[in-house]
Design a binder for this molecule. Structure first.
Ligand code: ZN
Length: 423
């Protein structure tokens, strides 16, 4: 066995997994904001059709691609399973981030990476281990990148490939005991819709795992609690030549709201660890009407509410001073910290930790400064922690993945099945 692999099982899974991964990343599944339809981009359905076909080819039952682009399938227990009644879910998302180009991905496999700077052929994109501490530890790995002008899409096609590789292995080895498996590939996770239309009852699992983390060993049972705020300020627009004492400029008011928010605290650029933030990420409009979009995040629900209250107070303090202007604030809940829900079924996270140890990996339990499909699913009654998938530098043209870590994720899933087969 090559020393870079975590086990002979991971090494055996690696090449078939890579073949799948390279196919999946070539499909442009970049999510689009504000289309009002699911999936938000046609490529997600193209990948869905491909995966449904492959799942049928692997002998999965009840394979379905529904009207919203969700791919679901079941894999029954094997003949070697005695008495297991649990069904566990394996979930990954089809879409890629809208924040980087996603069309025409041309993956490059850098076999036995030498540990130096990787220069990509286009876009003057370089991956420098001096500024990428995780890459610096991957000398000897087979590193996969895009070509420099697109993201790679390991987020989350590494998760999809790991699930498919594990399912193919389990099908080929009926002598391995396994629980019933429910598989879901979901659209539009990156724009906050992932799994919202997954019918949990029909899915039929008593717990699930998203394969959507990054560095090997990541096991995440805690995410942000998250809301989105849409603020609309209406002013009074008048021809600027005749505007004296009449014009009320909505854009100026919106700019003052942003300027009045804390800048040396409670902003993503100055916070880390368990600190929350208020983040204005889009402003558009005219003198007549301005719209401000913000996200608010914290690990603690009471603090999250306090940040929203602060934001509302700041905005009202500025806009209410101008009686001719109006202010409308819409607060939309996105997801809640999954910790509260997972604490009720500690066995779910414990089984994942045990599966990683069986693969020789020490689990790293760190809160995610973000959300996963599992944040929402856990809140809806399906406890769903998150497992690493070996991809890195997500949402950027520098995105890369380690084949050894992707294979370790697939091997971890095989162990996870063995552990649940006796529950
Ligand atoms: Zn993801």
């Amino acid at each position: 066995m090559s020393a870079t692999f975590t086990s002979p099982l991971a090494e055996a899974l690696a090449e078939p997994l890579l073949e799948r991964f390279l196919r999946y990343v070539r499909v442009d599944t970049r999510a689009r904001r504000d289309t009002g339809v699911t999936p938000s981009s046609p490529g997600q359905r193209v990948l869905g059709v491909m995966l449904a076909e492959e799942l049928r080819g692997l002998g999965a039952d009840d394979v379905e691609l529904d009207a919203n682009g969700y791919v679901t399938a079941k894999l029954p227990t094997s003949s070697a399973t005695t008495g297991a009644t649990t069904v566990i879910g394996l979930i990954a998302h089809l879409d890629t981030s809208p924040d980087a180009p996603g069309a025409g991905v041309e993956p490059i496999v850098h076999r036995a990476y030498d540990g130096g700077v990787i220069e990509l052929p286009t876009g003057a994109t370089r991956l420098d281990p001096a500024t990428m501490p995780e890459l610096a530890t991957k000398a000897g790995h087979d590193v996969i990148t895009a070509s420099g002008d697109t993201l790679l899409g390991a987020d989350d096609k590494a998760g999809i490939a790991a699930i498919m590789a594990a399912v193919a292995h389990l099908r080929a080895h009926p002598e391995l005991p396994r629980p019933g498996l429910a598989i879901a590939f979901t659209p539009d996770e990156e724009i906050g819709h992932g799994a919202s239309l997954l019918d949990i009852e029909r899915f039929g699992a008593s717990c699930a795992y998203t394969i959507d983390g990054s560095e090997i060993g990541e096991l995440q049972d805690e995410t942000f609690s998250a809301v989105e705020v849409l603020m609309t300020i209406t002013g009074v627009d008048v021809h600027p030549g005749f505007a004296k004492d009449k014009l009320v400029n909505a854009l100026r008011l919106a700019s003052r709201v942003i300027a009045a928010l804390p800048a040396d605290a409670l902003a993503p650029e100055v916070t880390s660890g368990r600190e929350g933030f208020i983040h204005p990420y889009a402003m558009e409009g005219s003198a007549a009407r301005a719209q401000l979009r913000l996200i608010v995040r914290d690990f603690d629900d009471a603090l999250l509410d306090a940040h929203v209250a602060l934001l509302e107070a700041v905005a009202h303090g500025i806009v209410d001073d101008e009686p001719r202007a109006t202010l409308d604030i819409q607060v939309r809940e996105q997801y809640r910290n999954m910790r509260l829900y997972l604490a009720e079924s500690p066995r779910v996270v414990e089984a994942a930790a045990q599966a990683m140890r069986a693969e020789g990996i020490e689990p790293r339990r760190e809160p995610i400064r973000g959300g996963t499909d599992g944040s929402q699913l856990s809140g809806r009654g399906l406890p769903t922690p998150n497992i690493f998938d070996g991809g890195h530098e997500y949402h950027s043209v520098r995105e890369w993945a380690s084949l050894q870590e992707m294979a370790a994720a697939a091997a971890t899933l095989v162990h996870l099945c063995e552990i649940w087969s006796t529950q």
